[in-house]
Design a protein around this ligand. Structure first.
Ligand SMILES: NC(=O)c1ccc[n+]([C@@H]2O[C@H](COP(=O)([O-])OP(=O)(O)OC[C@H]3O[C@@H](n4cnc5c(N)ncnc54)[C@H](O)[C@@H]3O)[C@@H](O)[C@H]2O)c1
Length: 246
């Protein structure tokens, strides 16, 4: 399996979940230290793992990562398009630079990753792709114009990908996490004017009155990639503790 953003948070949890189930792992990340550490951890679990230092918004780097994957493993079965950037700012506040960088990672990154890795999956005659969206593609909080719109687009893109890749027997689904306690969300909480209140607010967005864990999302990613989900494609699974029903 190949996971972008595999060095931290949801991507790392997914890598561990798949490794526990005997998958070899390719970690794609821009953070060298975290990426190398993640690959080392996965190898210590008894499967093979490599780290590719790669910015998913850079076409050449993504193509290079796919070539390295082919040379090392000769195949790919599951691709998890998980890396994403969050920037704060309303439609009036978000700078053009932030807007373009966010869209280059959150959407074009999926385009580059899918185009580079899918030929390897097609060779296997079947496979699965999972995109990481967000509850914020469906529910609104303030000052997330670029982020929320990009995550809504990932949902739509998932359906197009599912349609286009069905002839290759590749299922494509999306997970839409709610508030999950990862380094990304911790950073966002700590940067907020009142971190304690932000944490309380995020917990209150679940009917269980808590944030979720990375493992709770990774479990759903694994299910969607597995044969247990053989008739599931083009779907978005909320892993949000009920935020979407509030
Ligand atoms: N944490 C949440 O509450 C939450 C909720 C909804 C959606 N998400 C989404 O889940 C995904 C993972 O988020 P997380 O919370 O695990 O964050 P995280 O910061 O813990 O991990 C993200 C990883 O992606 C890597 N990364 C960032 N930009 C990259 C790029 N251009 N190329 C390659 N790697 C890159 C980072 O270095 C990091 O290791 C994101 O798409 C995020 O939008 C998170």
């Amino acid at each position: 399996m190949i996971v972008s953003g595999g060095g931290s948070g949801l991507g790392l949890a997914a890598a561990i979940k798949f490794a526990k189930n005997d998958f070899n792992v390719v970690i794609i990340d821009i953070d060298k230290e975290k990426g190398e550490e993640a690959a080392k951890k996965i190898r210590s679990m008894g499967v093979d793992a490599i780290f590719c230092l790669c910015d998913i918004s850079n076409k050449e780097q993504v193509q290079n990562a796919a070539e390295i994957t082919k040379a090392r493993f000769g195949r790919a079965d599951v691709l998890i398009n998980n890396a994403g950037l969050e920037v704060r700012g309303s439609i009036l506040q978000c700078s053009e630079e932030d807007w373009e960088r966010l869209y280059a990672i959150n959407l074009k990154g999926i385009y580059y990753m899918t185009n580079s890795f899918t030929p390897l999956i097609i060779e296997q005659g079947k496979g699965a792709i999972i995109n990481t969206g967000s509850i914020l593609g469906y529910r609104t909080v303030g000052e997330r114009a670029a982020y929320s719109s990009s995550k809504g687009a990932i949902d739509t893109l998932t359906r197009s990908m599912a349609f286009d890749l069905a002839p290759h027997n590749i299922r494509v689904n999306c997970v839409a996490p709610g508030a999950i306690d990862t380094p990304l969300l911790r950073g966002s909480i700590n940067d907020s004017p009142d971190p304690a209140e932000t944490e309380r607010f995020l917990g209150s967005k679940s009917v269980f009155n808590r944030m979720g864990t990375s493992e709770e999302v990774a479990n759903v990613m694994y299910f969607l990639a597995s044969e247990e989900a053989s008739f599931v494609t083009g779907a978005t699974y909320f892993v949000d503790g009920g935020w979407s029903i509030l």
